[in-house]
Design a protein around this ligand. Structure first.
Ligand code: NAG
Ligand code: NAG
Ligand code: NAG
Length: 784
């Protein structure tokens, strides 16, 4: 056939327009530098450069796996490594797969968000998921999964419809832990009767966060077992069961839309005699045309075991044509719209134990839910918004800048930063942040380890995005060394209360060597007058435990016999400080981690590194969302809220340092009243156990309207021994409310290893032994 010249021209023009509008991440100069990965190591890989076609016909499996593994990366036989990170980029297209894609440690698989690529299974597909995010290899599964940090998958369509509907098949296998994420993924499965496909399969790990997922068809949309997770904005349509909960300690779901499924959420695993699901918290969600919203094996009053397993909290649930919202072995315990159809909204309902604030009282029924501060609302979970959920909490996914072009991204390395972990990159980083912001562009931090010798100031209006989690490390000078003169590494806002907002995503803050005076992030901005809250997505602190930190297995040896702290292993003063004058901060998937082990040691050897404080939140006018955040292994506390208000938290997760009580939480940092530190000397003056002073998981002082949707506060060790867990004697107490000025409510408070689950003004309100769950102890409903 002869094509008219004008059509050829049009086609060429179309091609030209498409190519100049390619996603910026593909078009920018790729200069990421991994200093420990060897010469010529490529951080960014476009699968097409490795021979993948995306033509929907050719088997692209091998080419893509070659793109992933290029450069001797951490795959089979490797527990973890931070030294060989990679972005594996997929342009638009349909990539035919005959076996699993196997992301190595520190892989981000990113599709073009403007035209998400499809990963399509062949009829004869073999493997555990189109993406097997954590292959079993030969390592112990649980150890492996709980140490699978720092990986992402975003912007894909996963299509298993090519596989026989009756054959067990998975979209993604994702047993992972903190600082991982799935974002903007569609799972497309057959809808045939007898279908056996499962979209998302997680059976282990310590997560985690995910958002913006849709599931169509399949036997189960998401089959989920893991310690804890926060998941929001997920739509399920025509799955036989939308969510099958295999086991958990705590799980926070919001912004769900479940439609046309036989069962919404099935939490009966193990049956009444031996339930394996600890608790779920579900809010701002819709069920439509679902005969049974939630299927549970819980029976109140200890008739199901463990006694608090199967705890459920529901708040702001819209049910349309849902005869039964919660069904147990006793029959319906929460009616939805009844047999007549129609729509009802369930304000608040729960089962488990409640403390209001005294208990335990058996709960199975409606309760008075949170009075939500208007400032925290606004919706943003598109699935639930579309399904008619009103009054939902504000949410916003990590920006991907789909509409910007490569010329809008200003590279740190182009600005002269080296990222080699040795050169002082302070001036170059400050230059690129300032220049990008002043010109309305985005500062791009190419992968690297950037040594920073003085505070970096982030001005209002800044947008900063990292490539594969670059690390900004405080060190190389005396600036950050003194705990009597702490200084911020990243100071967001030039002064406390500076008006304006920012968007920060995908990078890590750390220290190099002992830096006892480092505050890794200091948040000064007041974004209450801005169009949107200031945002922080996938920005983490990582203190020690990685190559370049000089706080590794070789330096910071774990020693339960020690009689003093090695001051060379005092990593930082505080992970993050939100000052009193700051307001309107949205933080999503943020993990504040003082390393308990060395990620670059082949055996993941445990280490003792000391950081004074986790997150100190003082914003007096509040309006703070902490979505899927965690804080671990800080000396005095993990989360401390002081004189703040209007705070949304869910799911929060903490761990007490493994070395405590050797030393106790009173050392090596001493309490400093300027920071409102807990005064363990006073609290423990009359203590005779010698183990009184242990880090708080959560401490809330003089605050109001703090609404926690899921909390896991864990104490797994006593001076590195785990024998204390069973007797709940790793620490005496773990959560403290002091001098409250308003409500502090916690849904599904889970604690491990603590004798008292929550204290108010020095007195225990709840004994853990009264609230036994699958592994943690659980209070479904706590209201102060
Ligand atoms: C619910 O889950 C349990 C255990 O995972 C399973 O045995 C049961 O068949 C499921 N129920 C339905 C109705 O799918
Ligand atoms: C307490 O913190 C303040 C403010 O950073 C500092 O000036 C002071 O030296 C600290 N006190 C001690 C005892 O370290
Ligand atoms: C792990 O520890 C074992 C026993 O101490 C040792 O033989 C082995 O070499 C270590 N493996 C790595 C990868 O460091």
């Amino acid at each position: 056939m002869k094509t008219p010249a004008s059509l050829v021209l049009l086609a060429l023009l179309g091609y030209f327009v498409a190519s100049i509008q390619a996603y910026w991440l593909a078009d920018i100069e790729h200069q990421g530098y991994a200093p420990f990965a060897g010469d010529g190591y490529a951080v960014f890989r476009n699968v097409k450069d490795y021979g993948a076609t995306g033509d929907g016909v050719t088997d692209d499996t091998e080419a893509i796996n070659n793109a992933i593994m290029d450069g001797n990366r951490c795959g089979e036989g490797c527990a973890s490594s931070t030294t060989t990170p990679a972005i594996v980029y997929f342009p638009a297209g349909t990539y035919l797969l005959s076996s699993s894609l196997l992301p190595a440690y520190m892989t981000q698989m990113i599709g073009d968000p403007n035209s998400p690529p499809t990963l399509k299974a062949t009829a004869g597909f073999q493997g555990q998921g189109l993406i097997n995010g954590d292959p079993y290899y030969t390592q112990d599964l649980n150890w492996l999964a709980t140490n699978v940090f720092f990986r992402q998958v975003r912007n894909f369509v996963l299509d298993t419809t090519g596989i026989d509907a009756g054959t067990l098949a998975y979209g993604i296998h994702w047993p992972t832990a903190q600082a991982t994420s799935l974002q903007n993924i569609q799972f497309v499965m057959p809808t045939a009767a007898g279908v056996a496909h499962i979209g998302l399969f997680i059976e282990s790990g310590s997560g985690g966060f995910m958002t913006d997922l849709t599931f169509t068809g399949g036997a189960v949309g998401a089959s989920l077992g893991n310690q804890q997770f926060t998941m929001r904005n997920m739509a399920f349509d025509s799955c036989t069961t939308a969510i099958s909960q295999l086991w958990d300690w705590g799980w926070t779901y919001y912004g769900l839309s479940i439609a046309n499924c036989a069962v919404g959420i099935n939490v009966t695993a193990g049956g009444s005699a031996a339930q394996t699901v600890g608790s779920i918290t579900v809010f701002d969600s819709a069920f439509a045309s679902v005969p049974v919203g939630i299927l549970s094996a819980f029976v109140p009053g200890g008739a199901s075991q463990p006694e608090t397993a199967g705890s459920i909290i529901l708040e702001n649930i819209v049910a349309s044509d849902v005869p039964v919202l919660v069904q147990t072995n006793d029959g319906p315990v929460l009616t939805g719209s009844g047999d007549a159809g129609g729509t009802v909204t369930i304000a608040a309902w729960g089962q488990g134990h409640d403390y209001v604030p005294n208990g335990p009282t058996p709960l199975q029924g409606a309760f008075t839910g949170n009075t939500r501060p208007a400032s925290l609302l606004g919706g943003g979970n598109a699935a639930a918004d579309a399904a008619g959920v009103l009054g939902g909490y504000y949410a916003r996914s990590k920006p991907q800048y789909e509409n910007l072009r490569a010329c809008h991204f200003f590279s740190a390395r182009s600005a002269g930063a080296k990222g080699d972990g040795v050169t002082d990159d302070t001036a170059a980083l400050q230059r690129v942040i300032d220049y990008a912001t002043a010109t309305g562009n985005v500062a791009f931090i190419d992968y690297g380890l950037y040594l920073v010798t003085d505070t970096l100031v982030v001005p209002p209006g800044a947008r900063i995005v990292g490539e594969a989690y670059p690390v900004l490390m405080a060190g190389g000078s005396s600036t950050f060394a003194s705990d009597s003169n702490p200084q911020p590494l990243l100071q967001v806002g030039a002064y406390a209360g500076q008006p304006g907002a920012v968007e920060l995503s995908d990078f890590v803050l750390g220290t190099q060597g002992a830096q006892a005076g480092t505050i890794l992030i200091q948040w000064n901005l007041d974004a209450s007058g801005s169009a949107a809250p200031a945002g922080l997505w996938d920005v983490h602190t990582r203190i020690g435990g990685f190559a370049g930190s000089n706080l590794q297995a070789a330096q910071c040896v774990k020693d339960p016999q020690q009689t003093s702290v090695d001051t060379a292993c005092i990593g930082a003063f505080m992970s993050m400080h939100v000052v009193a004058e700051a307001a309107a901060l949205y933080a999503e998937n943020v993990w504040l981690w003082t390393a308990d082990h060395d990620m670059d040691d082949g055996n993941n050897t445990q280490i003792s590194v000391y950081t004074g404080r986790g997150l100190l939140l003082e914003a007096a006018a509040g309006t703070v969302w902490l979505v899927g955040t965690a804080a671990e292994h800080h000396q005095l506390y993990q989360y401390q809220l002081a004189a703040t208000r209007d705070v949304f938290m869910g799911q929060i997760q903490t761990e007490t340092p493994y070395y405590q009580p050797n030393p106790l939480a009173s050392a090596p940092f001493e309490a400093n009243s300027t920071y409102g530190d807990p005064d363990f000397a006073a609290l423990c003056a009359a203590d005779t156990t010698g183990t009184c002073a242990m880090a708080w998981g959560l401490r809330v002082v003089a605050s109001a309207d703090v609404l926690v949707y899921g909390a896991g506060l864990y104490s797994f060790f006593s001076n590195y021994a785990q024998t204390c867990i069973a007797g709940r004697s790793c620490q005496a107490r773990i959560a403290s409310l002091e001098g409250l000025t308003g409500a502090v409510n916690i849904y599904n408070l889970n604690t491990i290893g603590a004798t008292s689950m929550i204290d108010q003004d020095g007195a225990s309100l709840a004994s853990a032994a009264d609230n036994v769950n699958v592994f943690p102890d659980t209070i479904a409903l706590f209201q102060s």
